[in-house]
Design a protein around this ligand. Structure first.
Ligand SMILES: [Zn+2]
Length: 164
């Protein structure tokens, strides 16, 4: 059941939103400033609210349990990932690096030929797997940055195994 978790992040946890997208979770970012709108969006789209706003989580739809929300205690995004992994058992191994960090859209597989000219020549030479965001057209590949982020994720939430 946890694999179906979808989130909506308040603007005050924007970096956490990017981490969750990197882990493959469908996570939208709420940019408005009217609390009732994020609660309505969460209700309509079945998303879990992520916020650092204590006033927000006291709203009736949340206290009555109709909308699920997690109040993050830490200011640090990496600590927030840890908090979430304890509370909701999120996993870094489910669909990591399958979603655009900027747009929240699922990435599309691309061949070497298709990304030629769009990535540095060295990357084209040394990488085999490429993915593209259908919206912003950013190309993702599994280079050194990817490996470093994967290690950080494993350290933060590594012990959670999905589906068990
Ligand atoms: Zn994108």
């Amino acid at each position: 059941m946890y694999s179906e978790l979808e989130f909506i992040g308040d603007i005050n946890v924007g970096k956490l939103v990017r981490w969750l997208r990197m882990m493959g979770y469908d996570t939208s970012l709420f940019k408005g400033d009217d609390d009732s709108e994020i609660v309505t969006a969460a209700l309509e789209e079945g998303r879990v609210i992520l916020t650092r706003d204590t006033g927000l989580v006291e709203r009736h739809l949340i206290t009555s349990g109709r909308v699920r929300a997690v109040l993050l205690k830490s200011e640090k995004p990496e600590e927030q990932v840890k908090e979430l992994s304890v509370k909701l058992k999120i996993s870094s191994s489910l669909n990591p690096f399958t979603r655009c960090i900027e747009c929240n859209l699922p990435l599309v597989a691309r061949s070497k030929e298709e990304v030629e000219g769009k990535v540095p020549p060295y990357v084209l030479k040394t990488q085999e797997v490429f993915n593209e965001c259908p919206h912003c057209h950013r190309i993702y590949w599994r280079g050194t940055h990817w490996r470093a982020m994967q290690k950080r994720l494993e350290r933060l939430v590594g012990s959670n195994v999905q589906g068990s």
